[in-house]
Design a protein around this ligand. Structure first.
Ligand code: HEC
Ligand code: HEC
Length: 301
């Protein structure tokens, strides 16, 4: 054995390098598949269901998780969703104990939203926009979970689909794509601006469509909200930068009206290609939140 090794030093170092690489990969994969520790739960948090409903609305959960037939207004899953290169069926997130998330603990929900990880350790496909939801505060996510638990439970089993490149690969992609912390208000900006920035970045996940991606589908942060090709349909998603300078809108009030009333007030540029449903959800938010989003967007140069 020893003689063999010294005879093929290059081969041997290649084999050891490969083994070392596999060991590191396996270790990293195990680390990336760990759920959040219980210390991630905010201490003594009393869930605020009304706030949870606001986040459910801002997050547009219903747009993807909508049920079929009589369950169309409940997040019972089952409808097809086109994603880049595939079609998925978003699962049932009503509190049904067998087919929904009625058995989940708050920590499991937090782990799904912040890490893109299922209770059984599977890595979620980023069509579930956890790369944005991960910016949300833990207490907001727990409020959202509490709100979901108040919805009627619907029995509807949705099987999880395999991912083309293997869910294993998703672990490493998530490592690159997930934010390292949660949203922190920007000092020197108003509370209203920060609220808008939070809603756009986190729950509203506006960047998932309005920010261009690089070759491995990571959001190009340098071109934040600058528009780009539509992720699934033909055509492109417009830029949200310089909306006023480019005379797309008159001022923040004009953006507010577009988000609140959409097509009904003749704002047709906000009604197709996925934005129609987004606008419908946003229009149901408290006025102060719609204004906050408009204020933030108006400030983007
Ligand atoms: C753009 C579409 C989309 C939106 C918006 C969306 N989801 Fe999902 N969600 C999905 C898809 C697709 C999956 C399945 C992912 C997979 O199979 O890897 C999923 C999975 C989940 C799961 C895992 C359920 C399970 O049984 O494992 C939870 C929990 C969830 N979403 C919660 C939410 C919440 C809460 C919101 C709103 C804040 C939301 N989702 C918004 C598409 C979406
Ligand atoms: C599912 C993809 C998607 C998401 C998510 C999304 N948008 Fe859009 N948005 C679009 C598309 C596509 C258009 C162009 C629509 C059209 O021409 O009818 C658009 C248009 C707009 C416009 C009009 C821009 C102009 O120049 O007329 C505004 C403002 C806007 N979006 C704001 C937002 C905000 C705020 C969010 C997050 C709360 C958001 N969008 C999330 C796809 C999306």
């Amino acid at each position: 054995m020893h003689r063999h090794m010294t005879k093929h030093p290059i081969l041997w170092s290649l084999v050891s390098a490969l083994l070392l690489f596999m060991l590191i990969t396996a270790g990293l994969y195990a680390k990336l598949s760990e759920p959040l520790p219980p210390s991630a739960l905010p201490k003594g948090h009393a869930p605020d269901i009304a706030n949870g409903k606001i986040l459910y609305t801002a997050g547009g959960c219903i747009s993807c998780h909508r049920g079929i037939g009589p369950d169309v207004d409940k997040p019972a899953g089952g409808r097809k969703l086109k994603v880049p290169g595939d079609t998925l069926i978003p699962p049932n997130i009503t509190p049904d104990r067998d087919t929904g998330i009625g058995n989940w603990t708050p920590l499991q929900f937090l782990t799904a939203m912040k890490r893109g990880l299922a209770p059984d350790g599977a890595h979620y496909i980023p069509a579930f926009p956890y790369t944005s939801y991960a910016w949300m505060t833990a207490s907001d996510i727990l409020d959202l979970f509490a709100y979901l638990q108040t919805l009627p439970a619907v029995r509807n089993k949705v099987e999880r689909k395999p991912f083309r490149l293997g869910r294993f690969a998703l672990a490493f992609w998530q490592w690159l794509a997930l934010p390292r912390g949660e949203f922190r208000p920007v000092p020197g900006k108003s509370a209203q601006w920060n609220r808008g920035a939070y809603l756009v970045l986190g729950p509203g996940h506006c960047g998932e469509c309005h920010t261009p991606r690089n070759a491995i589908m990571l959001l190009n942060r340098a071109r934040w909200l600058a528009g780009g090709p539509h992720p699934v349909e033909k055509g492109s998603v417009p830029s949200l930068r310089g909306l006023i300078r480019r005379k797309r809108f008159k001022d923040a009030e004009d953006i507010y009206n577009a988000l609140k009333y959409g097509e009904a007030l003749g704002y047709e540029d906000i009604s197709s290609g996925g934005m129609g449903e987004v606008q419908e959800n946003i229009s149901k938010l408290p006025d102060a939140d719609i204004r906050a989003i408009a204020t933030y967007l108006a400030s983007l140069e």
